[in-house]
Ligand binder design. Sequence first.
Ligand code: XMP
Length: 321
Amino acid sequence: DWTSSSIVDDQVAAIRAEVGDRRVLCALSGGVDSAVAAALVQRAVGDQLTCVFVDHGLLRKGEAEQVKHDFVDVTGVDLVVAEESERFLAALEGISDPETKRKTIGREFIRSFEDAARGIAGDKGIDFLVQGTLYPDVVESGGGDGAATIKSHHNVGGLPEDLQFTLIEPLRTLFKDEVRAVGTELGLPDSMVWRQPFPGPGLAIRIIGEVTRERLDLLRDADAIAREELSAAGLDRQVWQMPVVLLAQVRSVGVQGDGRTYGYPIVLRPVTSEDAMTADWSRLPYELLERISTRITNECRQINRVVLDVTSKPPATIEWE
Ligand code: XMP
């Protein structure tokens, strides 16, 4: 029988038993999953936990500030911010293949944590790493019942072989709705618990083609406009998430004022879903789509076309890579 309070009690007891008086590091991504996992571990072992937020430079606008406001200020958790955008951009240079991107990011994530751990604990070291892996992540990375790998989610398939931590994954058997219930049970605010999912590899898997600083800036601007308008329309909870995807390998002809343009298309991918295992495309109001399209093409110079993805999952996945 599943209740969020029994999950909390069971996990807290299990984590205490495993960790004892040793130190734990948690990978905070800004998303619901890692926040709830961290809050659970904090409940279990208190200040033996240090959270590390790796700013990989693949975040959306305002994301780092939001984590501080909605999670760190609320829980009082011990936080270290690692500014690693140069490292990730350098590692991603020249890579267009989706799985290679994911594996590269997964590897750099772990290396960043290892560096942060050395910085925090010195020679004593840190034994455990918390990750907010959910059941669907396990299944889709080929971890359940011998299933085929669909995508290597960065927190499962992308781990290097010579990992120096023991993983603690307290959400590994849960679906998203259950994780939200656990987060509420732990006292996290709605703004944190109801945050729309955002993938660990961030905007890197929403740029089709090579990831560059310029492309990231462009996508970040377009994404911020789309999110702002979705929120203003009051549709945040109805829409599971709305990836905004930059097709950096495609250009099309447009016209603006008296001139010809030759710009990139942006894809809006709003979906409704229960657990991300399946999804349907959201029937957003035309007026909202129009506002987003007009603003993006007006405010983002290099984008001259906005297209809507009307594919369910399956056959498409939610993210494009
Ligand atoms: P897909 O694209 O597989 O996405 O239909 C399913 C859900 O998972 C999110 N997603 C990820 N989350 N690390 C994450 O933490 C990842 O590598 C990753 N890839 C996809 C995606 O945003 C959607 O909610």
